[in-house]
Design a protein. Structure first.
Length: 246
C-alpha cells in the first residue's frame, strides 16, 4: 500500500490559491493517496484585505500558525513558486524538522543574483499600468498572465476562472509593493537548508532563468529547467511539473 504524503502548496507575488488554476486538481489526481493543503499568503487571495508583511520571516510565522501539519506535528513537503519559494527556504532554515522536502519553482535570491535579473525591467511599464486597475479583473489577469505565461493556449484555458477568482479576491497594489520589498530584501543561506529540488524555465520573462541556475551553483544541486515555459510553470505546462515531482 502506498504511503500517504502531506503536501503544502504556496503561490507567489500577488497570486492566491485560486491562481493555481487547474493544476490544483491535476496534482491531487496525480497523487491520489496524498494529502494537500493550499494556503494563501497574507494579502493574497482569500486574505486580500489583510496587510502583507515586509519580512519573509513574518510570512513564515503567519503560515506556520495556519498550517494543519504543523499543528498536528506531522512532517510535510512543499511545492512553492517564486515568493512562496523564498518563504519555504526561510521556513526550512528556521524549522528544519518540519519540512521533509521542498520543490522550488522559478525563484531567486538577493546576494546570489543582481536586482535586474530578479525582476526583468521590461515588466515595469506593464506592472505600473496595473495601479488603480485592481477591480478590473479582465485587465488585471490579462496583464499578469501575459507577463508570467508563454502559452497562449493555456492562458485561454485558464483565464476565465482566473478572472472570476480575481473579481472575488481583488489585489491591493500596496500589498504587491510590500511583497516585492520583502522579496528584494531576502537572502538565501549559503547552503541548502534541507532536501531541495530546484525547477526553473529558460522561457521565464519575469525573473531571469539565470537566477535558478545561480542558486543551483551556490548550493551544489542540480536545477531542472523547462525549455520554454514562462514564470508560471504550473499554468504553462502542468504535466511537465507533475512529472518532475515524481
Amino acid at each position: 500500500m502506498a504511503t500517504s504524503r502531506n503536501w503544502l502548496l504556496l503561490r507567489g507575488l500577488a497570486r492566491g490559491v485560486g491562481h493555481w488554476g487547474s493544476f490544483a486538481e491535476k496534482i491531487q489526481q496525480h497523487f491520489p493517496n496524498d494529502k494537500f493543503e493550499f494556503l494563501d499568503l497574507p494579502g493574497n487571495g482569500s486574505r486580500h484585505e489583510e496587510t502583507s508583511p515586509i519580512k519573509i520571516s513574518e510570512y513564515v510565522k503567519d503560515l506556520r500558525a495556519r498550517c494543519s501539519y504543523v499543528q498536528k506535528g506531522e512532517p510535510f513537503q512543499v511545492l512553492s513558486v517564486s515568493l512562496g519559494a523564498m518563504i519555504t527556504v526561510e521556513w526550512m532554515k528556521e524549522y528544519p524538522h518540519e519540512i521533509r522536502k521542498a520543490t522550488l519553482v522559478c525563484t531567486s535570491s538577493g546576494g546570489f543574483s543582481p536586482f535586474y535579473r530578479r525582476f526583468i525591467a521590461g515588466n515595469i511599464p506593464k506592472g505600473l499600468k496595473l495601479i488603480g486597475r485592481e477591480k478590473d479583473e479582465t485587465f488585471w489577469e490579462k496583464t499578469i498572465l501575459g507577463m508570467i505565461t508563454n502559452s497562449h493556449e493555456r492562458r485561454e484555458e485558464e483565464i476565465g476562472a482566473m478572472m472570476e477568482y480575481t473579481k472575488q479576491h481583488p489585489m491591493n497594489p500596496q500589498n504587491v509593493i510590500r511583497q516585492m520589498l520583502a522579496a528584494s530584501r531576502y537572502r538565501f543561506p549559503d547552503s541548502a537548508p534541507g532536501d531541495i529540488r530546484l525547477l526553473g524555465s529558460h522561457g521565464d520573462r519575469l525573473v531571469s532563468p539565470t537566477c535558478t541556475l545561480k542558486i543551483a551553483e551556490k548550493w551544489g544541486v542540480r536545477a531542472e529547467m523547462h525549455p520554454w515555459a514562462g514564470h508560471d510553470v504550473p499554468i504553462d505546462d502542468p504535466q511537465w511539473l507533475l512529472e518532475h515531482l515524481l
